[in-house]
Design a protein around this ligand. Structure first.
Ligand code: UDP
Length: 335
């Protein structure tokens, strides 16, 4: 199988590259290295079936070149993370909307199949007990970057769906909920690597607002095999699938757990939202996935516990020294 991954030098993309190479695919990555890093691909550079192309998804000829001859494409390239979206709203919109349209066009011309990575952000402020794929989207003002991002990703999905309806493009969509693991950087806002780093370096853990907002974190090692399986199911075309963790936790409890698990002496500091976020951003109180559609299709059953997730993120940030009471190992499910 010849596979192209846009955004393959990013956090999830690089894990997907390793997974597909292990499965025997020939893998080409297209990445502009804006947030992705070659360092993430360290383990595969030099692999005889791995190819890297530095290029932008806004550049149609670059996309055409890598996509032509591919059997399938995973489209992961996007502007993601609170900080990036707020600081560069225009670039984020262009990448997320126009870039996806370019990829859809190229994949259609190449006759390949496509897996589009979308996000739980599209549900917006819908804080219901369990978000199914049909759940309503509740978005705030179009002038606030968070909701613009959610709108852009929703448009991506609508484009993909329309390409399937009108041209028969074989495209499936996955909506990722707070995926976490090694190689994710806290630079763009993601809470787990940020709090782990603070705990390991003795700084106060910055919990925004009252800390009672909740999320369901999932491990990249559970998500990557599920994405791969969904991409291989013809009944997935024209459909979207939630992929998230099954355990809901408040951010304050998460911070307490990180401190305890890592034996950190850091304090936890509640930071008012006005200080934490630039104007144009708003938090979400709650986001809980209903994973049953992906469970039915590919047996999705995220098994990695939050404690294991925290340990794996910490293991990457602080490699174990000899004599450490706990020897942590970065683990990835390859199946
Ligand atoms: N958050 C926090 N401290 C941080 C970074 C994030 O308390 O240093 C909070 C953030 O306000 C949100 C949650 O953690 O309520 C998850 O944030 P993240 O950006 O990881 O994901 P998302 O908001 O997109 O779910």
């Amino acid at each position: 199988m010849k596979t192209t991954i846009t955004g393959g030098a990013g956090f999830i993309g690089s894990h997907l590259v390793e997974h597909l190479l292990a499965a025997g695919d020939e893998v080409t990555v297209l990445d502009n290295l804006s947030t992705g890093r070659l360092e993430n691909l360290r383990s595969v550079i030099g692999h005889r079936k791995f190819h890297f192309v530095e290029g932008d998804i806004l550049d149609k000829s670059a996309v055409d070149k890598v996509v032509s001859g591919s059997d399938r494409v995973f489209h992961l390239a996007a502007a993601v993370g609170v900080n990036l979206i707020v600081e560069h709203p225009l670039e984020s919109l262009r990448t997320n909307i126009h870039g996806t349209e370019v990829v859809l066009d190229s994949v259609l011309e190449a006759g390949a199949s496509l897996l589009l990575a979308s996000t739980s952000e599209i549900y917006g402020k819908n804080a219901s007990d369990s978000l199914s794929e049909e759940a309503d989207r509740i978005l705030g003002s179009a002038l606030k970057s968070r909701w613009t991002y959610a709108a852009a990703k929703g448009i991506d999905e609508a484009f993909a769906h329309a390409y399937w309806r009108e041209f028969g493009l074989r495209v499936a969509i996955v909506r990722l909920f707070n995926t976490v693991g090694p190689r994710q950087t806290g630079r763009y806002g993601m809470v787990v690597p940020r709090l782990v780093k603070q705990a390991l370096t003795g700084q106060p853990l910055t919990v925004y607002g009252d800390g009672k907002q909740t999320r369901c974190f999932s491990y990249v090692g559970d998500i990557v095999p599920a994405i791969t399986r969904i991409s291989a199911e013809s009944s997935a075309y024209g459909n979207a699938y939630n992929l998230g963790g099954s355990y809901e936790i408040s951010i304050l409890t998460l911070a307490e757990r990180i401190v305890e698990l890592l034996g950190s002496k850091s304090d936890i500091s509640l930071v008012p939202y006005e200080q934490a976020y630039a104007e144009g951003y708003e938090d979400m109180r709650r986001r809980v996935p209903d994973n049953s559609k992906a469970r039915q299709l590919v047996g999705f059953d995220p098994k990695t516990t939050l404690d294991e997730i925290i340990k794996n993120v910490a293991a990457e940030q602080r490699p174990p020294k000899t004599g450490d009471p706990v020897q942590w190992k970065v683990t990835m499910a390859i199946n």
